[in-house]
Design a protein around this ligand. Sequence first.
Ligand SMILES: NC(=O)c1ccc[n+]([C@@H]2O[C@H](COP(=O)([O-])OP(=O)(O)OC[C@H]3O[C@@H](n4cnc5c(N)ncnc54)[C@H](O)[C@@H]3O)[C@@H](O)[C@H]2O)c1
Length: 196
Amino acid sequence: MSAVTYQGPNKVEVTKVPDAAIEKRDDIVVRMTSTAICGSDLHLYKGNFPLPHGYVIGHEPMGGGADAVIDCVGMDGKKTPLEYIEQKLKLQGGMLGPIQFSTKAVRKFGTVQLTGVYGGNYNLFPLGAFFSRNITLRMGQAPVIHYMPELFRKIMDGEFDPKAIVTHRLPLGEASHAYSIFNGREDNCIKVVLKP
Ligand SMILES: NC(=O)c1ccc[n+]([C@@H]2O[C@H](COP(=O)([O-])OP(=O)(O)OC[C@H]3O[C@@H](n4cnc5c(N)ncnc54)[C@H](O)[C@@H]3O)[C@@H](O)[C@H]2O)c1
């Protein structure tokens, strides 16, 4: 990808730098469609700080927002202490972080899809942000029955092999162990198939 890089006092250059990549579990990579130059960038530009050549400068990216944001976290993601207490006190169904974040990450007239499961009632739901930005909010359990014929055809045609995600095949009698390793993400568990 291209980036504006520091090349000495009062000198910047657009150079190729490695593409942004997911480094931490809850990282996201977004495509920038615009970026602005901020006054504080000038401190770097003027060489007021010791910077290596090639250092990427600029911090006012504007992404107009994504056309669609898909929340795959749901109510059981990492909670703030307040969300944790509220959930324990049954004042809140779970966490809202990704939903609140999605209102900022999606573009005006964009779509937010809630695939992560949410149950119960929620305080501080960012309704105003959804409304003021004309966001379409979609949600629900995947209507798998509807997709099955197409998925079976793709499997039969060898377009993909669902076995690829099956990491554990266990007898039904080991269901308790199976749930424990799946829940704990132990033993590189991604998908368990239980055999009666
Ligand atoms: N709608 C459906 O049909 C459907 C289908 C399958 C799963 N789900 C739901 O999707 C959700 C995720 O399921 P999964 O199996 O992918 O779980 P997972 O644990 O594999 O993935 C959850 C991801 O969310 C991240 N995360 C946790 N807290 C976060 C936070 N506060 N902010 C940002 N990221 C955070 C985690 O790092 C992890 O990468 C669950 O609620 C599950 O029930 C819904």
